[in-house]
Design a protein around this ligand. Structure first.
Ligand code: ARG
Length: 593
């Protein structure tokens, strides 16, 4: 696997460029290859350009006799900087750079003064669309949609932090053939046309009942199919019934989004419907659409089955909608990067219509150029039995039930802890409201983190006991760690705002330096997570940060030591970066636990 080369680094790309230019003036456009050192005893960062420069220039009359002298020269030509403490050469010309402790400390202090937003990496994209959550109306949101919601929200948050304008799109399935059946069933149950939420009640139950009717009664089935035609033809009565069903569904989703603190803007499949004919005309003009077995299709090289864009009955489908949506997003909304978050099972669909868009000239063939599209696939949610997660053998797990259970379990844990404290004679002053809020923040945070910490492509096992454990790599553990840091600062009795203004941060001990370096690496980690669309990279960073803090705290006395001021500032910087990580992961930090 190729290593990620961030551009947001203490050792700037520019300084390396300057040095390479001085070393080999005949090689003007070299992309700096800089990574954090894997072996910390060599240095903090290393520049890996010498090897490839050697293979590019050897035999072309250069003065260098191998990669190592090139590395040597790059090192000597580095512009002098108070950022660098020392440099060395390893192996075939790797240039190792050790950062100056003074410089690192200053940079962290500056962040404390100016705010963590000044550490946001700069990305080359201005406007992006994140298409996520996107449940199907009238069907219950399930754990798959929970994954899409959690992953999509985090990606949007990370891009927003990098000052990308993000359009958060809920591409809800509100235009499928299921509506004929639902509308017909609605007319049957409420001939007067008077319906409200109470009348329909649980939409999922309603869906199941109408499906049963659809499968067992051929007359009904025929009427339902006719109803789709009437709806898509824009008949008033049908449009109204459709809108009512959508509205009830929407209210249900909104409750889940509110609980999760997720903001989304709905532009469902129906929105793009009017754009489909025009979009298909454009593709037809380019000669992309062909007739095949009565349907209209786009053949994609390397795929046996073509992409169907008009069904045999003349109707449009998921693919035609996605093509129209892409046209709209590129041309009306002017998005440079469109990110789609769905289960990996849909990879083929995305690959196919991305290829069609490239053939149409909508997207550049070169994927490093904009505009571009990315499919963010994720694996299944599994139960303890290793099978697809279900409550009972047949039923899908309801999202709200999961959130309820996470909260209930957290609340029980809080109560238990309180009782233990009371027994030890400690005064507990929690109000019920506080208990409730904390249980929600910790519980929902745990559900999110358990999902995000895995590489999204793998399946993950949903297990309450594991995710709510207060030890190990869990949100509960991390939230505790953060709250403890805050309480160290609070109990010192010092005003951190005063210390920020007047105090000085010094990274003297080894553990202080290690923690400081890790703090400085925040930006490059966010850049990697954004570029590769991998939230787990940020989770790893956060967990590592808490470990580095533990290392520091067990070696360095904070309160009451001669270095108290400096160390409190380091505590504060850790807490600030942790909070930013929580924020990017959609987790609300708690201060009192
Ligand atoms: N509604 C779809 C589903 O539940 C997801 C839609 C994803 N977005 C898209 N533009 N296709 O599987």
């Amino acid at each position: 696997s190729s290593k990620f080369h961030p551009t947001t680094l203490p050792i700037t790309h520019n300084s390396i460029k300057v040095s390479i230019k001085a070393t080999l003036p005949e090689e003007p456009d070299v992309v700096p290859l800089i990574v954090a050192c894997a072996k910390k005893e060599f240095g903090d960062y290393q520049c890996n350009n010498a090897m490839s420069l050697w293979s590019k220039t050897k035999g072309k009359g250069t003065n260098f006799k191998g990669p190592q002298p090139i590395g040597q020269a790059i090192m000597q030509n580095l512009p002098t900087s108070d950022m660098i403490e020392s440099c060395s050469i390893a192996g075939p010309g790797f240039v190792n750079v050790k950062l100056s402790k003074q410089w690192m400390a200053k940079r962290i202090q500056k962040m404390l003064k100016d705010g963590i937003d000044t550490w946001a990496p700069k990305l080359s994209v201005k406007r992006a669309i994140v298409d996520f959550s996107s449940p199907n109306i009238a069907k219950e949101m399930h754990v798959g949609h929970l994954r899409s919601t959690i992953i999509g929200d985090t990606l949007a948050r990370m891009l927003e932090y990098c000052k990308v304008e993000v359009l958060r799109r809920n591409h809800v399935g509100d235009w499928g053939t299921q509506f004929g059946m639902l509308i017909e069933f609605l007319f049957e149950k409420f001939p007067s046309g008077e319906v409200n939420d109470q009348a329909i009640g649980d939409l999922e139950v309603f869906y199941k009942a109408s499906k049963q009717r659809f499968d067992s009664d051929s007359d009904f089935k025929e009427r339902a199919q006719q109803a789709v035609v009437s709806l898509q033809g824009g008949e008033e009565k049908y449009r109204k019934a459709w809108a009512q069903i959508c509205e009830i569904s929407r209210k249900g989703y909104e409750k889940v989004y509110q609980r999760l603190g997720v903001h989304l803007e709905e532009k469902g499949e129906s929105f793009y419907n009017p754009y489909i004919p025009g979009t298909l005309d454009l593709l037809r003009e380019k000669g992309l659409i062909e007739e095949s077995e009565g349907a209209q299709v786009i053949f994609i090289e390397g795929k046996k089955i073509p992409l169907i864009v008009v069904k045999r009955d003349g109707g449009f489908n998921y693919a035609s909608t996605d093509l129209a949506a892409m046209w709209y997003r590129l041309n009306v909304e002017k998005a440079e990067w469109i990110i789609y978050v769905t289960d990996v099972g849909q990879r083929e669909h995305f690959e196919m219509f991305f290829t069609a868009a490239k053939r149409a000239g909508w997207l550049p063939i070169d994927e490093s150029k904009y505009p571009k599209t990315s499919h963010v696939g994720f694996g299944l949610v599994l139960g303890d039995d290793g099978k697809r997660f279900r409550t009972r053998s047949t039923e899908v797990v309801k999202l709200v039930d999961l959130l309820d259970e996470a909260k209930t379990r957290c609340k029980a844990a809080i109560k238990e802890q309180e009782e233990a404290r009371i027994k030890r004679g400690i005064v507990v002053d929690w109000t019920d409201e506080e208990r409730d809020r904390t249980a929600e923040e910790v519980g929902y945070g745990a559900v999110k983190y358990a999902d995000l910490k895995n590489n999204r492509l793998t399946n993950y096992t949903f297990n309450f006991d594991q995710m709510l454990n207060d030890k190990g790599n869990t949100a509960v553990y991390l939230l505790y760690a953060h709250a403890r840091i805050c309480s160290i600062i609070r109990k010192s009795g010092k005003h951190i705002e005063d210390l920020k203004k007047e105090g000085e941060l010094i990274l003297e001990k080894d553990e202080e330096r290690k923690l400081g370096l890790h703090l400085l690496q925040f930006a490059e980690v966010v850049e990697e997570a954004c570029t590769n669309l991998l939230p787990n990279v940020l989770c790893e960073y956060l967990y590592d940060l808490s470990e580095k803090f533990t290392g520091f705290y067990s070696e360095c006395q904070v309160v009451g030591s001669a270095e108290e001021t400096s160390r409190l500032l380091l505590c504060e910087a850790t807490a600030v970066v942790m909070r930013k990580c929580f924020h990017l992961l959609g987790i609300t930090p708690v201060y009192k636990i």
